[in-house]
Design a protein around this ligand. Structure first.
Ligand code: SF4
Length: 225
């Protein structure tokens, strides 16, 4: 999922990428656009130290996507699961956020299992447009109109985060909120380029519908990845 981090430089991935074309099982490596240690900027866990792994590959096609470089998985080097976990564990935080692209285009079973074995809580940010795989401690579902989530994932979401581009997105948000479980946390987040326009609309909407909360992209204001 795009987290609007294209305006910052990311920490380059380590140099131990697998050789191109290396004959490894699909689950043993994943294409990685970037990985970095930062503060979670959005949603329920905002402000917590977290290791982000941005997987390559997305076919959702959001017109306002700001990580379009992530779309083609083949453009990004594959890293072994063991290397990904080792890089994550080099930092003191034990919260791992798997994002993209659309991370569920890949089988996340091995990555999440091994991160958990290393002591991490595993969080995902997904559009829900691909089947769920992996062992997750937190599922942030961000449904996109351009390719809707698959049935069933909304009920599993810990957090529903809807990006608001215009006022029609409130109806979209309510459609998916109705499919979540009662414990799911509901967030509305302005699309970054439209923030000045839609922020007042979101404030008014939340005042009238207080089950929702405002998600501010904190990392953009404090200038961290
Ligand atoms: Fe971009 Fe949309 Fe794909 Fe996220 S889901 S990476 S915003 S196209």
């Amino acid at each position: 999922m795009a987290t609007d981090r294209s305006d910052i430089s990311s920490i380059p991935v380590p140099a131990e990428a697998l050789p191109a074309g290396a004959p490894v099982p699909a689950e043993a490596s994943l294409p990685v656009m970037e990985q970095f240690y930062t503060l979670q900027g959005e949603g329920f866990h905002q402000g917590k130290a977290a290791w982000f792994i941005r997987l390559g590959g997305c076919d959702v096609g959001c017109v306002w996507c700001d990580v379009k470089d992530s779309w083609d998985a083949a453009r990004h080097p594959r890293y072994s699961i063991s290397e990904l976990v080792r890089s994550a564990a080099a930092h003191p935080g034990r919260l791992a956020v798997i994002t993209g692209g659309e991370p569920l285009m890949h089988d996340c079973t091995t990555l999440t299992r091994d991160l958990r074995l290393a002591g991490f809580a595993t969080h995902i940010e997904t559009s829900g447009a691909w089947p769920l795989s992996g062992e997750w401690d937190w599922i942030c579902l961000s449904p996109k109109k351009f390719k809707a989530p698959l049935p069933g994932i909304a009920a599993l979401a810990s957090e529903l985060k809807v990006v608001v581009y215009n006022s029609s997105d409130f109806g979209w948000a309510e459609k998916w909120a109705a499919q979540t479980n009662p414990a799911c946390h509901l967030f509305l987040q302005p699309e970054w380029s439209r923030s000045a326009t839609v922020t007042p609309l979101i404030i008014d909407y939340i005042n009238a519908h207080p089950q929702w909360r405002f998600s501010l992209q904190l990392h953009k204001y404090i200038h961290v990845p």
